[in-house]
Write a protein that binds this ligand. Structure first.
Ligand code: ADP
Ligand code: MG
Length: 782
């Protein structure tokens, strides 16, 4: 807490604005206590300006932990300022006076818990439905504004004269959701609040749980586990199945409603909005249910108060006659009780006695057992006045007068005991003096009578003195014992704290070790993975390189082979070209021979023709004929010669052409063949390459899979180990806390047996969840 927010400081204007400056003593009269809680008391009062009836919650912020109390007040006031809804208590302002905040709000007749207390029996189902409906509407409003009440119970659900249901007591409320503090009243607490560690968070669903518990409370008069000690109840709620309605007389609507509210897993629990649609609250019921209930309760209260009043009168009458030595408490042990209205009943039967708790609000204790001395001190006249006012006033609080007095907190520490003893002593002295005076006055009476009277008085007096001394001694002894027990209990708690510290340290050490181990495993896994990836990469690179080399060689070989083939073909062609003249010559010779043959034939034919012509023609003509023949022959031979030349040339040229063409064709064929082979090689090589690439991909994927599987297994192992450790941890803590709770319980029940009463608070510990913080022991008035 910053130092500026010291208790009562109004330096901060934002804080100062929260309070009115007027003196509340002047503004409100007629104050009468009507309720009590962990902080102090709630009063009925009248506003002098408007004559309006209001309720005032007085909260002191002096004494121990005043800063925390001040912060609690500021929190509650801020909260009340923010909310406005027909189903939440109307806030009217806050005043400060003498280290006490006066929180003024609309007046209600009493709480649902008061109804149970007055009637001493459960409410009817339609009444429960009506109360629940109203509370649920209030909750839906809070939840829709992201706020959590955190202390829903019958004691905090109030009823107004016209039968309206109002949520009250925002001392534990949270202005934000989710929240994580350990706040509430044990028996009504949701499991997630009990289990909320630092990281654990909860939301408005915790109010739904408490509403479910409140339903059971209204149906069975007590919340479940109420006969258990609060600590054990907390364990029980956190560990065991949810409670249900016991009796089978309730409808399925009601049972189902309670069951849904009491789902242990918050996610399974409906929202307040959802529950507003539940048949249990929507089902038709007479509109006057709550008004009838209130009237019924008022009658019962009047009846009780009359009874109580008569009893009081009787006690006071006896007291007046027996003298002041009669112990006032004896009055409570009168045999004819009213319907259960004794001092001790309220400690068990009334919720008022269970303080709600929160981190900061641990400072104030709630009232518990005995009828306070204040009540005993009341004079006949006071009581009569009280009674008259309560009965005649138009406002009848739904609580019998006696109970209101019982609820008044008694701070019966030593100081009070001593002052009580002192007053007794004073009284004793006074009486002594009175007696002396009387003695003096009575001097005139006869001596014997006087002596007798004196003797009797002396006896009385000695008796009285002895009694008082014994009383004093007894009280001192009891006080010593009380201190002793108190000290022992403190030691026990200190021991518990040390035990908790040790366990915490050990567990933390183990946790750290495990964390280190896990971190190492993960690191190992990662370096292994890196190694594997690197290795695979190297192998694949080598393989690729090898294939590349092989392909290159193949290609070179192929190209060389191609060249060789081409070379060979060329050589063959050259040979062919070289061999060509030989065959040409033989062909030429052949043609020549043909030509010669032709010439010979021609010559022969010419000779025959010449002979024939010479025979047939006259001799004179022979010369001319011969000449003509010769010319003819020469011309024909010339033609032949020409023909010969021509055919030789022809042959030569066609022969060369044919060779060229053939060789060309052969070249083409070879080229094509080689090209094809090269292409085949290329195709083959790229196929190999693709296969290799695919293989590499596959290998990489396999490696990835292997690695991630290994990782998952490792993580699973780590997770399992963490869970085991966590379980072990909670088991250790649980058993330690249980053991300690048992020890405290044993100690406390021993204290009870020895005649002490024990009060304790809880406080959230940042690590364990909760533990006892402080406790108070008070003597049982006997
Ligand atoms: P605590 O925080 O101590 O529980 P509450 O605000 O719940 O304090 O008040 C304690 C009791 O006082 C309630 O149970 C109820 O009986 C009574 N009370 C509180 N506010 C009012 C009110 N506005 N009108 C009538 N009674 C009230
Ligand atoms: Mg309360």
């Amino acid at each position: 807490m910053p130092s500026t927010s010291r208790a009562g400081s109004l330096k901060d204007p934002e804080i100062a604005d929260l309070f009115f400056r007027e003196d509340p003593e002047k503004l409100f009269t007629d104050l009468r206590e009507i309720g009590h809680g962990s902080f102090g008391a709630v009063y009925f009062a009248r506003d002098v300006r408007t004559a309006e009836v209001v309720a005032i919650k007085k909260m002191s912020y002096s004494g121990k932990q005043s800063n925390e109390k001040w912060q609690d007040i500021i929190k509650e006031v801020k909260f009340l300022q923010r909310i406005q809804h027909p189903n939440s208590i109307e806030y009217k302002g806050c005043y400060l006076r003498e280290h006490t905040a006066w929180l003024v709000m609309e007046y209600c007749l009493g709480s649902a818990s008061d109804l149970l207390e007055v009637h001493k029996k459960p409410l009817q189902e339609i009444e429960i439905a009506a109360v629940t409906h109203g509370a649920l509407q209030g909750l839906a409003y809070l939840h829709s504004h992201n706020m959590i009440h955190r202390d829903i119970k019958a004691g905090n659900i109030l009823l107004t004269e016209p039968g309206r249901v109002k949520l009250a007591d925002f001392g534990s409320a949270s202005i934000a959701s989710p929240a994580n503090s350990f706040v509430g009243t044990p028996y009504w607490m949701a499991p997630e609040v009990i289990l909320a560690m630092d990281e654990g968070q909860y939301d408005g669903k915790v109010d739904i749980w408490s509403l479910g518990i409140t339903c059971i409370e209204l149906a069975e008069r007590k919340p479940p586990l109420f006969n258990m000690n609060a600590m054990s109840a907390l364990y029980h709620i956190a560990q065991n199945e949810s409670p249900t309605l016991q009796s089978s007389e309730w409808t399925d609507y009601f049972r189902n409603f309670v069951d849904s509210c009491l789902q242990k897993i918050p996610q399974d629990r409906p929202h307040s909005e959802d529950l507003l649609q539940h048949a249990f609250v929507l089902r038709e019921r007479p509109e006057s249910v709550l008004i009838d209930l209130i009237l019924r309760t008022k009658d019962a209260v009047r009846e009780l108060d009359n009874l109580q009043y008569r009893k009081m009168k009787k006690i006071l009458f006896q007291e007046a006659h027996n003298g002041p030595t009669t112990e006032t408490q004896e009055g409570d042990e009168e045999p004819e009780h009213g319907p259960g209205h004794t001092g001790t009943v309220s400690s068990v039967g009334s919720n008022q006695s269970i303080p709600s708790m929160s981190i900061s609000a641990s400072s104030q204790s709630s009232s518990v057992n005995s009828i306070p001395d204040a009540a005993d001190d009341k004079s006949d006249h006071d009581l009569e006045k009280d009674h008259t006012v309560m009965s005649n006033s138009s406002v009848i609080h739904l609580k019998p007068v006696t109970r209101q007095m019982q609820e008044h907190e008694q701070d019966s520490e030593l100081r009070e005991q001593i002052s009580f003893l002192e007053s007794q002593k004073r009284e004793y002295k006074l009486r002594k003096e009175q007696l002396k005076e009387e003695l003096n006055e009575n001097q005139s009476t006869p001596k014997k009578e006087k002596q007798e009277w004196l003797l009797k008085q002396k006896e009385n007096f000695q008796h009285y003195q002895a009694e008082e001394e014994a009383n004093l001694l007894r009280r001192q002894r009891q006080y010593l014992e009380l201190e002793c027990r108190r000290f022992k209990r403190r030691i026990l708690i200190a021991k518990h704290n040390v035990e908790q510290d040790l366990v915490r340290e050990e567990l933390n050490k183990r946790q750290t070790q495990k964390d280190l181990e896990h971190a190492m495993l993960l690191r190992h896994h990662e370096s292994m993975q890196e190694l594997e990836v690197r290795q695979l990469g190297t192998i694949q690179k080598m393989r690729t390189e090898l294939i590349r080399l092989q392909h290159q060689t193949e290609l070179t070989n192929q190209l060389e082979y191609n060249k060789r083939r081409e070379r060979e073909l060329r050589r063959k062609h050259v040979m062919e070209v070289r061999q060509q003249p030989k065959s040409l010559k033989s062909k030429e010779l052949q043609i020549k021979k043909q030509f010669q043959d032709t010439c010979k034939i021609q010559t022969r034919q010419y000779k025959a023709l010449r002979n024939h012509l010479l025979e047939t023609t006259p001799k004179s003509d022979h010369k001319a004929v011969l000449k003509r023949l010769k010319e003819e022959q020469t011309r024909k031979l010339a033609i032949l010669a020409e023909q010969y030349d021509h055919s030789i040339n022809d042959m030569l040229s066609t022969q060369a052409l044919r060779l060229d063409e053939a060789q060309e064709a052969e070249c083409q064929v070879l080229k094509m063949q080689l090209q094809q082979e090269l292409e085949l090689l290329n195709a083959y090589q790229s196929k190999i390459k693709m296969q290799t690439d695919a293989q590499h991909d596959r290998e990489r994927k396999e490696l990835e899979q292997r690695v991630s599987l290994r990782r998952a297994l490792l993580e699973q192992k780590i997770e399992e180990e963490m869970v085991t450790l966590q379980n072990e941890r909670s088991e250790r803590i649980r058993s330690l806390l249980e053991k300690q709770a048992r020890e405290i319980e044993a100690f406390d029940s021993e204290s009870m047996r020895l005649g002490f009463t024990v009060n304790f608070h809880y406080l959230k510990d940042e690590w364990f969840g909760f533990y006892f913080v402080s406790f108070e022991e008070r003597e049982i008035s006997s």
